[in-house]
Design a binder for this molecule. Structure first.
Ligand SMILES: *Cc1c(COP(=O)(O)O)cnc(C)c1O
Length: 392
């Protein structure tokens, strides 16, 4: 998954252009920047590449999610359905919007399922935040139809799935708004950065203003701009966007390499009776940044993770780590924060008592192997040998 593996002189050259010819701020300073607009350039590239009407760059995937929620209309007291298997940023963004996260069941797609979402809907549900985990995708036709039927806003966290598609459409562009992350370990890296994607003119207009203190970005005198509403500072810098411009040019190459490397490992895995591959609703659209598979039970999954990591490394057992699954998020379960949050004064689920047996069963048996861009034939061979030694 990590685009940083292909860092070369091109990222450096783009940053140098900003430092030597352009300016660090993404807006205004027209006379000083000699036509260098890296954030704008990357946004146009994203629109062209992903086939989406609007892409707005921000400082991170987390701030992209917060922006997507708020600008799509999620506010104080609204319930937002989220998966228990994600990166905590998904949950943080809901809390920062003053809204209430409601956890629902995932299925073998490793993403929220339509049935899981339906079971979690209440009269206060306003939105669904589906997370396309580990480069793959949720079953979007079923989820979109469900959201339409119930009048729910659909937000896509595609932070781990840049370049992945579902039935020909880029993940992050199918719902009302989507979020991408360009942090240091994602498919495309800006160092730090993210993007809000949307086909809605209304959400886009709100997004560029919300992420820059409500500035309306009309005219070329920043001091004279209007402020239709409150915002904050989630801007990306031109240096970060410059890195992203060089990285985004490599997206097709990155996806090609990942897909080729993953296909070989996947073919090898299929021969083991105890292994079930993660279900991909549209296999052709997989970004292939990870290879995820399930073992028959928790003990066996833990044993296989240990054995594979001893031999080749790069295998994640999410059930035991503190990173991507609700089970070990004690700070979320207890809603610990530096100071009082809106949710503390609202009715909300007891997050320490959330029961998600289906998700627990799946994640306690799931392993994910990171697909590297640097592997040669020998490195892939080594991993296939490790499968042969460890799996039945
Ligand atoms: C990385 C990630 C984020 C947050 O992105 P940052 O750019 O690190 O803020 C959100 N959701 C998921 C699923 C992620 O993997």
């Amino acid at each position: 998954m990590p685009g940083f593996e292909l860092f070369d002189g091109s990222e450096r050259d783009e940053v140098l252009e900003v430092m030597e010819k352009g300016f660090t701020f993404r807006y205004n300073f027209d006379a000083m920047r000699h036509g260098v607009w890296k954030a704008r350039e990357m946004e146009q590239m994203l629109c062209d590449k992903l086939g989406v009407r609007h892409a707005h760059l921000v400082s991170s995937g987390t701030t992209a999610l917060h922006t997507a929620l708020v600008c799509a209309g999620v506010g104080a007291g609204d319930e937002v359905i989220v998966p228990p298997f994600t990166f905590v940023a998904t949950v943080e963004a809901v809390l920062m919007a003053g809204a209430v996260p409601v956890f629902a069941e995932i299925d073998e797609t490793l993403c929220l399922s339509a049935e899981g979402i339906e079971a979690a809907i209440t009269p206060r549900t306003r939105a669904v935040n589906v997370v396309h985990m580990c480069g793959g995708m949720a079953d979007m036709d079923a989820i979109k139809a469900l959201c339409d039927r119930h009048g729910l806003i659909l937000i896509e966290d595609a932070c781990q799935a840049t370049g992945a598609t579902y039935k020909g459409r880029a993940l992050g562009t199918i719902g009302d708004a989507g979020a991408l992350s360009f942090d240091s370990v994602k498919t495309i890296s800006c160092g730090e950065g993210g993007a809000v994607l949307t086909n809605s003119d209304e959400i886009y207009e709100k997004a560029h203003m919300f992420t820059d203190h409500g500035h309306d970005h009309v005219g070329s005198d920043r001091g004279a701009e209007g402020h239709p509403f409150l915002g904050t500072n989630y801007r990306i810098s031109e240096m970060n966007a410059a890195v992203g411009v060089a990285q985004l040019r490599k997206l097709d190459t990155i996806l090609d390499i990942q897909r080729r490397n993953k296909a070989k490992l996947k073919a090898a895995l299929e021969s083991f009776g105890e292994v079930t591959l993660r279900h991909l609703p549209d296999p052709e659209g997989d970004n292939a940044g990870f290879l995820s598979f399930m073992l028959p039970n928790e003990d066996r999954a833990r044993e296989v993770a240990r054995a594979l990591n001893e031999r080749v490394g790069g295998v994640f057992y999410w059930w035991d780590n503190n990173w991507h699954y609700l089970r070990n998020w004690d700070h979320i379960k207890q809603l610990k924060a530096p100071s009082r949050l809106p949710i503390h004064d609202m009715p909300h689920p007891d997050y320490a008592q959330v029961q998600l047996p289906r998700s627990d069963d799946i994640i306690s048996r799931t392993l994910s192997m990171l697909i590297s861009l640097k592997w040669d034939d020998a490195a892939i061979e080594q991993r296939i040998n490790a499968f042969n030694e460890v799996l039945k």
